[in-house]
Design a protein around this ligand. Structure first.
Ligand code: SF4
Ligand code: SF4
Ligand code: SF4
Length: 167
């Protein structure tokens, strides 16, 4: 029998439980070993997007807003589970993904995810319905500004697919 869907999966619109939580930006490869679950990064975030997740580890809740990559969470992390080794260090390797629930893919005009995108990488085919947007992942920062405006929770943030990595 398939395992029951958890409340957390429902909140993430992740009915199959495949999505991994997004850790705060600049999480190191040793994040789970070094994070003491002290919660110091949560109130440090001016956007209020960091929440206590499974096991007490912090994760990003993009339904609350976007990451501005200000780095305040990194500054608050004494155990150095978050580290920005140099100013140009990439915060993470996440991009936006659009699920089949997208209204545009079902012939309903929406496009709510496009306007908030600061990088202007949410693209729709001109004059067409029945096509979800395409994300130009080469310019997507994974900031998550496109997540909360979606009325059907069709947008999520996560690692690029193997096809996107190869492109
Ligand atoms: S970089 Fe800034 S906006 Fe992003 S999660 Fe950290 S504190 Fe919040
Ligand atoms: S401040 Fe650092 S150690 Fe504390 S919960 Fe956040 S990531 Fe973990
Ligand atoms: S995650 Fe940010 S940069 Fe990427 S498509 Fe969404 S709003 Fe644009």
């Amino acid at each position: 029998m398939a395992p029951a869907t958890t409340r957390r999966q429902l909140l993430r619109a992740d009915l199959h439980g495949r999505r991994r939580p997004v850790r705060p930006p600049w999480a190191t490869p040793r994040f789970h070993a070094d994070c003491t679950r002290c919660d110091a990064c949560l109130p440090a975030c001016p956007e209020g997007i960091l929440v206590r997740g499974d096991g007490g580890f912090p994760e990003v809740d993009f339904r609350r807003g976007e990451c501005t990559f200000c780095g305040d969470c990194v500054s608050a992390c004494s155990p150095k589970a978050l580290q920005r080794t140099e100013p140009s260090a990439s915060p993470w390797h996440h991009v936006a993904h659009v699920a089949p629930a997208c209204l545009e893919g079902h012939g309903v005009h929406c496009r709510a995810c496009a306007d908030p995108c600061p990088e202007e990488v949410v693209r729709f085919r001109p004059g067409t319905l029945n096509h979800p947007p395409e994300i130009d992942v080469s310019g997507c920062t994974g900031c998550g500004a496109c997540v909360a405006p979606c009325p059907v929770q069709a947008v999520h943030i996560g690692p690029p697919t193997s096809q996107e990595v190869a492109a």
